[in-house]
Design a protein around this ligand. Structure first.
Ligand code: G3H
Length: 255
């Protein structure tokens, strides 16, 4: 569109796309680290993108975080799309309720006048609890829906920021730091090469499952996330990246 041409964002999108192994890049003006409304703009861009990819009966898996909350805020009903089902991508990761995937999933469904199913799983699961929970019929059913999702929409965070925000144990915190984690997405922590160095024990979608999902949309912006976006995308399943000018300029090294 005209505005994007004027701001040079189209060129920036091309540059970012040439740097990262992604399918598509969408950039909104501004830097969400500095201006909170930029996050809403990414939310708006994400909703528009989802609208293109959604069809009747689509299953959408969503993660948590403030960026995903902004996506939920911008969600609108589409009379052409019925029967869309929203599910949380993974169980609890230690976030405050407003940042939890369950909360965001329910809000998205409400705003889109779709349906939703939730995952009622505690944040810190022992191996035994995990094994018995995944055998529960109600949990199994939702897990089945999650694994058959056609669209995954997720945030990407800076590893240390995310580990600090969540109730991460001292042990795990050490591990995350020692292994030089720089990025986080769906409870997985990645180093600069995009390798998984730590994973939060919870149920739901696994990294391998995402490779089979038709459309993967990553939404993350702010100059402070450039390093995380770059690292995560190195080995990520081919995704559509929705970001902002702040992150994009930091990524390309442009002023
Ligand atoms: O799961 C959380 C994301 O990785 C990042 O969260 O959108 O609040 O920065 P955020």
């Amino acid at each position: 569109d005209v505005m994007k041409e004027l701001l040079g964002l189209k060129d920036l999108e091309k540059k970012v796309k040439s740097l990262l192994p992604v399918e598509e890049v969408i950039i909104v003006a501004g830097d969400s680290d500095l201006s909170p409304w930029v996050k809403k703009e990414m939310g708006r861009a994400c909703v528009a993108c989802m609208k293109e990819k959604l069809s009747d009966q689509s299953i959408v898996a969503v993660t948590g975080g403030t960026t995903m909350a902004a996506v939920a805020d911008m969600m609108m009903p589409d009379p052409k799309q019925h029967g869309i089902l929203f599910v949380p991508a993974r169980g609890g990761l230690g976030e405050h309720v407003e940042n939890q995937a369950n909360t965001i999933c329910a809000k998205m469904a409400e705003k889109a006048t779709g349906n939703y199913r939730l995952l009622h799983v505690p944040d810190h699961l022992s191996q035994e609890a995990y094994q018995s929970l995944i055998e529960e019929p109600a949990v199994k059913e939702v897990l089945q829906l999650i694994k058959s999702s056609n669209i995954v929409v997720h945030g990407i965070g800076d590893a240390i920021t995310m580990a600090e925000r969540r109730k991460t144990s001292r042990e795990d915190m050490e591990k995350i730091k020692q292994r030089h984690a720089v990025a986080e997405a769906f409870g997985y922590y990645f180093n600069q090469a995009g390798e998984v160095v730590h994973k939060v024990q919870t149920i739901g979608i696994q990294l391998e499952d995402i490779k089979r999902v038709q459309h993967v949309i990553a939404v993350a912006g702010g100059a402070s996330k450039a390093k995380a976006i770059k690292a995560y995308m190195k080995q990520a399943p081919r995704s559509i990246l929705i970001t902002d000018e702040g992150a994009a300029r930091a990524l390309t090294g442009e002023p």
